[in-house]
Design a protein around this ligand. Structure first.
Ligand code: UGA
Length: 466
């Protein structure tokens, strides 16, 4: 079977390389010529562990090729996976569906044989049904040979683990309208099926909703523990122990209960907003209202880090802890008192990606915090093992350095914002010899405070009283 993958971002490039690994002949399509040129040379335009090796292997073997031509994929492939982006519309909550619409229309106008189009992008419920109509109309108009069907098969991969999540998924969900479509998908995923991966055959709406429900649940779990962080910060208590203790209950589970600066990236934030927009369209204004609260809790964590920076610096300068009124979800400019303290303070920003093992800075809490501190007058030195280049494209005026040591030399305060191993493994004694003032904020709750305190650091962490 020959497979095409339309859209070669994180999702599409991973899917294409993994399909080749499974033994299929694969043609990846993108409208971005520069991206296609890079992929054709076997170069991955983003960081994803394990993917460069897979890409190169299959580009060299000739099993994986790339093109910008719909005509080429339309005359060649039996199944076409759509992995284009569905970003948040600027200034709105809803998802922008123009790229999926364009992909389906373009395929419909170029397919010249029997084929299955398989949507993988995350879309609002009702999209696949609408695309089915779009497809039928475009096919009738094009008058080309071949019967073309649509299926929906949401993707659950995590950045940083994209290859393993694709080759060995937790489950496979397929929304289909015929036994033929299901049969083709079973052939494509035969290896996972043989390994016992749970397989769920369902309708379009359920398939679309499974994906957004999973992301909404994950976002809720993170915001739930972060809401308890606000309590332990005010009343005392240890947020990590609390998460461990409730996580022992298998009905709750410990995963995704890591308190910190919150969730970001290209998926969870925009997906919970798109879901609220979609249910409002359905006349269910109250149904997902709690997600607005989850979004707020999440964004308040960023304010809290800025507030904590002011408190720690003020403590270090005056020996007193000052509350500055930055918090409470303001998300705006810090107060004049806070600006006075931040102005000229040298702050080492450790991590700017939205999570480790990725170079993605889309909606990154870490980068947002770095920019807010910079805007308030701090002299920030940003270091991320993989994310500096993308961060510098987004916020060119921040100070970027290419080693951890350069970031911390002469610093008044270190803030750990993305939990890369390099930061988890820092030696407090070594770091202490480089800084001007021994202050550290752990915004991901990954450092053991004891050795830092022994080395003379003032240690503060989210979810802990300061
Ligand atoms: C997420 C989902 O986990 C995937 O299943 C889904 O396929 C994907 O979105 C998507 O829709 O394409 P991803 O965005 O790669 O994957 O990142 P996650 O691993 O979910 O992390 C999201 C954010 O939550 C990160 O900023 C991370 O630091 C944060 N997080 C995660 C926490 O703050 N605490 C936790 O306990 C876990």
């Amino acid at each position: 079977m020959r497979v095409s993958v339309v859209g070669t971002g994180y999702l599409g490039a991973t899917h294409a390389a993994c399909m080749a690994e499974l033994g299929f002949e694969v043609l990846g399509l993108d409208i971005d010529q520069a991206k296609i040129d890079a992929l054709t040379r076997g170069e991955l335009p983003f960081h994803e562990p394990g993917l460069p090796e897979l890409l190169l292997k299959h580009v060299q073997s000739g099993r994986l090729r790339f093109t910008t031509s719909y005509e080429e994929v339309g005359t060649w492939a039996d199944a076409h996976f759509i992995g284009v982006g569905t970003p948040q519309k600027p200034g709105e909550s809803a998802a922008d569906l123009r790229y999926v619409d364009a992909a389906v229309t373009s395929l419909a106008e170029h397919i010249t044989r029997d084929a299955l189009i398989v949507g993988k992008s995350t879309v609002p419920v009702g999209t696949a049904e609408r695309l089915g109509t779009l497809l039928a109309d475009a096919r009738a108009h094009a008058g080309l040979p071949g019967t073309v069907e649509l299926a929906w098969n949401p993707e659950f991969l995590r950045e940083g683990y994209a290859v393993q999540d694709t080759l060995a998924p937790d489950r496979l969900v397929v929304g289909v309208q015929s036994a033929h479509a299901e049969d083709l998908l079973r052939q494509i995923y035969a290896k996972s099926l043989a390994e016992g991966t749970p397989w769920i055959t369902t309708d379009f709406a359920t398939a679309e909703l499974v994906k957004v429900a999973a992301n909404a649940f994950l976002a809720t779990k993170i915001s739930f523990i972060n809401a308890f962080s606000e309590i332990t910060e005010a009343a005392g208590g240890d947020i990590g122990t609390l998460a461990d203790a409730i996580g022992h209950d298998p009905r709750i589970g410990r995963k995704f209960l890591n308190a910190g600066v919150g969730f970001g990236g290209g998926c969870l934030p925009k997906d919970i907003r798109a879901l609220q927009a979609r249910v409002s369209e359905l006349g269910l204004d109250r149904t997902m209202r709690f997600l607005a609260e989850m979004d707020d809790i999440n964004l308040r964590r960023r304010d809290r880090v800025v507030d904590l920076a002011v408190q720690v610096l003020s403590h270090s300068l005056n020996g007193a802890i000052r509350t500055t009124g930055v918090g409470e979800g303001s998300g705006t400019v810090p107060s004049p008192a806070a600006v006075e303290i931040l102005n000229g303070a040298k702050i080492a920003i450790l991590g700017v990606t939205f999570k480790p093992h990725s170079d993605d800075v889309r909606d990154s809490p870490a980068l947002d915090v770095a920019n807010r501190l910079f805007t308030a007058g701090a002299d920030v030195a940003v270091y991320d093992p993989k994310g500096n280049a993308n961060a510098a494209r987004r916020f060119p005026r921040l100070g970027y350095v290419n080693t951890l040591a350069k970031a911390v030399i002469g610093a008044d305060l270190l803030i750990l914002l993305t939990e890369w191993d390099e930061f988890r493994q820092m030696d407090p004694e070594d770091i202490g010899r480089l800084v001007d003032r021994k202050n550290i904020i752990d915004a991901r709750n990954v450092l053991d405070p004891a050795p830092w305190q022994t080395a003379g650091f003032t240690h503060a962490a989210l979810g802990h009283r300061f």
